[in-house]
Design a protein around this ligand. Structure first.
Ligand code: SAM
Length: 322
């Protein structure tokens, strides 16, 4: 290109940039997101703002007028960063580099759950769906849901508004639990996921590792114990440097029966041996998440279990029955 042509082309580009900049100023439209850094910023701002809104809603020390004003201020900030639409855009960018669906396909195949030729597809519920990767798999019958519809096949519905009916063989919840702004709701989400699944069904839950390493209320062991608390058993775990990929299973009917028989035998034994002393509790152990973590670890409000300068998150999980 000649110098004159170069100059004309950069003049044109400059003009276009100026028009775009003035347009975005007038329309207050955030520019399209491209970088992962920007995507991370939007994601974390969105989480902070939605968590703060939720905290205000639950704050009993404030009157309704105060709450309304503070929430309006935070919602304005949410709008300024582009709201849930920008957040979903950011999620698409941030999650481009890990593939939850790949983990799901691989694990289902490894565990022998992938249907053989002629067998019906597996009913699957995908919570927080922002792409068609699971929807377009022919051996899965996917119901994909999200609070906001990004694609035609994705239903716009809140997970908490669907009554669990043990309908699904698989439930996928990738990077969603960490978006739920309240510890008790996270507990509800895990429990409801269990109730959506048939016996032997699989729960895929993906979560940023920072939630398990940088929260004063959470550890890796505690998260695993939370899954066990509602009845899941852990069958697969794989971590990338940033994300924990977990696959947990609802025990089959036979496993449940065996467990109940075992628990009854232990109960009987301990009753006969301690009937004269009455020193220990003989209640069923089914609600104990693990030997080392007591159920009380999931009581609300969450207990601080590890402090340190790296504890920058507020991720916690609580259960009503703890
Ligand atoms: C960080 S994105 C993750 C998207 C995708 N699953 C992935 O792994 O890339 C979280 C998504 O969960 C959705 N979400 C959060 N709470 C939800 C709820 N209660 N019901 C349905 N979708 C929800 C959000 O709207 C958002 O699209």
């Amino acid at each position: 290109m000649s110098d004159a042509a170069n100059a004309a082309s950069s003049k044109k580009k400059g003009k276009k940039r100026k028009v775009y900049q003035s347009l975005t100023k007038v329309m207050a439209v955030p520019p399209p997101m491209k970088s992962r850094k920007k995507a991370r910023e939007v994601t974390s701002q969105f989480h902070v703002l939605t968590h703060n809104i939720d905290a205000i809603k639950q704050d009993t020390s404030k009157n309704e007028r105060q709450k309304k004003a503070e929430i309006a201020e935070l919602e304005k900030k949410l709008d300024e960063i582009g709201g849930r639409k920008a957040y979903q855009e950011a999620s698409v960018i941030s999650t481009k580099h890990f593939r939850s669906s790949k983990f799901v396909f691989q694990t289902l195949t490894k565990l022998g759950m992938r249907p053989k030729k002629g067998e019906p597809p597996l009913p699957l519920l995908e919570v927080g769906a922002i792409n068609r990767q699971l929807l377009s798999c022919p051996w899965l019958q996917t119901r994909a849901i999200d609070l906001m519809q990004r694609d035609e096949g994705i239903e716009c519905i809140d997970f908490f508004d669907i009554t669990p009916e043990q309908k699904y063989r698989v439930l996928v919840c990738s990077m969603v639990l960490n978006c739920v702004p309240d510890a008790r709701k996270r507990g509800d989400m895990i429990r409801m996921s269990f109730q959506h699944l048939q016996p032997g069904g699989l729960y895929f839950v993906m979560i940023p590792l920072l939630c398990l390493t940088h929260s004063p209320y959470m550890t890796d062991d505690l998260f695993m114990a939370a899954l066990r608390h509602v009845g899941f058993e852990i069958v697969e775990r794989k971590d990338t440097p940033k994300i924990a990929f977990v696959c947990a299973r609802v025990p089959s009917k036979e496993e449940e029966e065996k467990k109940a028989i075992r628990a009854a035998q232990i109960e009987q034994k301990s009753q006969s041996s301690s009937s004269s002393t009455h020193t220990s509790s003989t209640s069923s152990t089914s609600s104990a998440p693990s030997k080392s973590i007591p159920v009380s670890a999931f009581r609300y409000p969450p207990k601080v279990i590890a402090r340190g300068k790296n504890k920058t998150r507020d991720f916690a999980i609580c259960f009503d029955d703890a």
